[in-house]
Design a protein around this ligand. Sequence first.
Ligand SMILES: C[S@@+](CC[C@H](N)C(=O)[O-])C[C@H]1O[C@@H](n2cnc3c(N)ncnc32)[C@H](O)[C@@H]1O
Length: 257
Amino acid sequence: MIETGHGQSILSEFTHQARAFNVSPVMRSAATLRGLIEFMPFAPDQSWVDLAAGPGLVSRALAPHVAVVHAIDLTAAMVELGRAEAAREGLTNITFALGDACALDVRAGSFDGAVTRFSLHHIPFPERCVAEMARVVRSGGHIVIADHVGSEDRAESLWHESIERLRDPSHWACLPHARIRALALALGLLPVREKVVPFRLDFEEWLARGSGAAQSRDLIEEAIRRHPGGVSSFHLSGGRGEREIGLLYSVSVWRTQ
Ligand SMILES: C[S@@+](CC[C@H](N)C(=O)[O-])C[C@H]1O[C@@H](n2cnc3c(N)ncnc32)[C@H](O)[C@@H]1O
């Protein structure tokens, strides 16, 4: 993965984004993280892996509730920042490592659970990431997939993706919720629970975090002007200077056989 053009794009984007992502109000918001953690089926003696963990926002929220969290990410800047932040917060049960979520250097059945948030839309073959989650979780363990999702409608999806890619060239594709379901079911995972809920974020903060913003702001504004109502998976509300993006956020919990 890391050798591919897309792998290089991920490294470049998330080396650029690491610090801003770590302090992004929406990404680190207690309410957002609580909405995920409270949905997860963990137990205090369990060991979990967080794939494409970034600076470990999910890992750090999960750590007080379980025995061990192992956070893995492709981008060194993210891993180093996560390690420093966990130490600063006094969390001693998280380890951070560099790694590819689609080809883990981890033995089968090593964990009680695996989680990944806001990652599948960066991964060209998301099936491989979910298959790795299924492989490294023991039988009867859990997998949690959280991401913002795309529209089932091709025209809506193309418009949405063009904006995402202009702002972050490492964005690959938001899967529709039904596609996440289908790929988990195809891997033999058993559905436990799921939700698709609105997710709001500040337009200017989101735009500024992406490495494409400096060159592509005008194109993004033009795309938005052409479809002022947006689409189901991406629409704007509010006036200039205080615009909010409305996304759809899917969280699904699966059990391994
Ligand atoms: C939007 S951030 C999400 C970070 C974290 N999961 C969160 O929700 O706070 C996406 C992260 O995915 C990582 N990433 C993308 N593709 C990856 C891959 N194949 N393996 C591991 N990490 C990957 C990037 O380096 C980046 O840190």
